[in-house]
Design a binder for this molecule. Structure first.
Ligand code: FAD
Ligand code: NAP
Length: 546
């Protein structure tokens, strides 16, 4: 790549830059919209026959598309996970059943006229550099529809194929599994609890899937065991004063505290807060490594199922026999009928050559988006992240940035600069998460970084003078996607109102019975305290803008 390797503006006269978008899930739809916002010409290829990606539940597992169980409800709340200029309907609940998320995607696609840019039942088979790539940055994309292959040339590619499709299913590390006579399968195959009545079930792996499935099965099974290697923090959707957890957790002020304090102090505080709900050590869920962050998962019922004995937490599995399972504490559970491996997913880019992105558990993408060593930055990956916050919001921000890089309006640094940034991120990752590469990253820190590139990061210091109430909300309130529509490219005239009325929409679907003025009193106390907080605000801002 040249010293300034951002792609040159390829919009010449009326010819628009043609962009291939792979996949029509959350990330693909945001990408189409961002292409249109930037005057680019998107062509989206979706292998299935509809939009929505993983959110579209089907009773059968489909090849190449993520598969969810029927009961999936979001673990991030609607105010935090919406597209930044398109809120969820006000009467939708804070946490949404998958059917509502799909309905929302349809409303979004309709509102911005996205459907006409999507070619359904079209599989992207390969994406290769055009022979003239170093000069043009073009890509040759081969697609297949109804058995017919077609090659087309694109000026840029947005990779939105999702990363919850290929199961991480390491059967080889479980001695004896081949002799096990019961049924066993990966959580990708799990759809409903039908057929599991009265069974003795082991769920291996404690993430969101493992916890959801264990809880659901525990209502019909005779007993559920849940095996975890490292343990995990569990959070309830219902957080302080009953607000959604992310409304309380994902604020700039909280992020500032978490990131500026020494990691050990920050982890101690987080652990303390999380243990207020229930002591994880008492429930066998305590993290093995308490020196690093591990993404918590969200489940409201797990502690209750454990305390009632329907779910029993177990350590690492060491061996299966024909009918039993042994654990590394020496205990054995007999007469197991079913094992569900909720052991997560691998990501892959089957249509891309390894010279573009090498998936070896160590994908090093610049700002989690651009493969390094490309002569021209005309291909970006969207949604390959695991923040403690909504992936949807991050996908949209990435799409906003990428399309501006394609146009040459945002520049990338030199290869040296890219390498240095990757190394810096690895160091931070090692310190926070205990590994030098992880999809996990700090939600707000990352959004702010991309927003800075785009030019839509809110100017909090300036607002402190011109609009102090808004500034207060930006620092102490939930960092909702609309924060990034207040200024800069893509500015949305409704953004301020959207931010100021966040709590109204949070409460609207739950405050369905009129109940006096109790809340108003507590609100006035909060506002009273606000005056005191202004001092800390100034301090926070000074640190934040350093
Ligand atoms: P996907 O939704 O997986 O979409 C990818 C699309 O690409 C699919 O439609 C697929 O058919 C298509 N495709 C793939 N390969 C090709 C190809 N070669 N050619 C053509 N088309 C192709 N995130 C949150 O923010 N909040 C939540 O509450 C939340 N809950 C989740 C619950 C579950 C069970 C899972 C698995 C994930 C959850 N996530 C959540 C994360 C979720 O991954 C993101 O929110 C987001 O939906 C991902 O969208 P995507 O478009 O990147 O990928
Ligand atoms: P995940 O978050 O990757 O969790 C997989 C778990 O499997 C990890 O806890 C891991 O344990 C464990 N594991 C991996 N290999 C193992 C092995 N060999 N032996 C024992 N345990 C092993 O995967 P997921 O739960 O399927 O979630 C995937 C994504 O979907 C996440 O983004 C999640 O937030 C999302 N999701 C959301 C919802 C929801 O919104 N309700 C529901 C389901 C999933 P270690 O920690 O010990 O490595």
């Amino acid at each position: 790549m040249s010293e300034k390797c951002g792609a040159k503006c390829l919009i010449t006269g009326t010819i628009k830059m043609k962009v291939a978008v792979i996949g029509a899930g959350t990330s693909g739809l945001a990408s189409i919209k961002c292409c249109l916002d930037e005057g680019l010409q998107p062509v989206c290829f979706e292998r299935s026959d509809d939009i929505g990606g993983l959110w579209r539940y089907t009773p059968e597992v489909e090849d190449g598309r993520a598969s969810i169980y029927e009961s999936v409800v979001t673990n991030t709340s609607k105010e935090m996970m919406c597209y930044s200029d398109f809120p969820f309907p006000e009467d939708y609940p804070n946490f949404l059943h998958n059917t509502k998320v799909v309905a929302y995607h349809r409303q979004y696609a309709e509102r911005f006229g996205l459907l006409k840019y999507i070619q359904f039942k079209t599989l992207v088979c390969s994406v290769k550099k055009h022979p003239d790539f170093p000069r043009t940055g073009q890509w040759e994309v081969v697609t297949e529809k109804d058995g017919k292959k077609q090659a087309s040339t694109f000026e840029a590619v947005m990779v939105c194929n999702g990363h919850h499709t290929d199961p991480h299913y390491p059967l080889e590390i479980f001695p004896g599994i081949n002799t096990f006579k019961g049924k066993y399968f990966h959580s990708r195959e799990y759809k409903t609890s039908n057929g599991f009545k009265g069974k003795r079930i082991l769920v291996v792996g404690l993430g969101n899937s493992g916890a959801d499935i264990a809880v659901e099965l525990s209502r019909t099974a005779s007993q559920v065991y849940l095996s975890t290697r490292r343990g995990c923090w569990v959070m309830s959707r219902v957080f302080d004063q009953g607000y959604p957890w992310d409304i309380c957790y994902d604020t700039r002020f909280q992020t500032l505290l978490r990131n500026k304090l020494p990691t050990s102090t920050s982890i101690w505080l987080t652990e303390k807060k999380i243990n207020e709900w229930f002591n994880h050590a008492h429930y066998g869920l305590q993290l093995r490594d308490s020196n690093h962050f591990k993404e918590p998962f969200v489940n409201d019922e797990l502690p209750s199922r454990i305390i009632c004995g329907y779910v029993v937490v177990k350590p690492t599995v060491t061996e299966f026999t024909e009918t039993s399972v042994k654990f590394d504490d020496g205990s054995i559970e007999e007469n197991i009928d079913v094992v569900v491996f909720a052991t997560g997913y691998h990501y892959s880019f089957p249509f891309l050559d390894e010279s573009i992105i090498k998936v070896d558990d160590n994908v090093n993408l610049y700002k989690s988006v651009f493969p390094k060593n490309l002569e021209k930055a005309t291909l970006g990956v969207i949604g390959l992240i695991q923040p403690i916050g909504a992936i949807m919001t991050v996908s949209e921000m990435q799409a906003r940035w990428i399309t501006r890089v394609f146009k040459g309006l945002c520049k990338l640094p030199s290869q040296d600069g890219i390498q240095k940034d990757i190394e810096l991120k690895q160091k931070i990752c090692l310190k926070r998460f205990g590994k030098d590469y992880s999809l996990e990253l700090d939600y707000i820190e990352y959004l702010e970084e991309l927003a800075q590139e785009i030019g839509c990061k809110p100017n909090i210091l300036g607002l402190l003078v011109t609009d102090p109430v808004l500034a207060f909300k930006l620092v102490f309130g939930p960092c909702t996607p609309a924060h990034y529509r207040l200024r800069g490219p893509g500015k949305w005239s409704m953004a301020r109102k959207q931010i100021m009325t966040t709590y109204d929409r949070v409460l609207k679907p739950t405050r369905t019975r009129v109940v006096g003025t109790h809340e108003n009193k507590s609100l006035s106390i909060v506002y009273g305290l606000g005056a005191l907080c202004i001092l800390s605000l100034l301090l926070a801002l000074a640190m934040y803008t350093k």
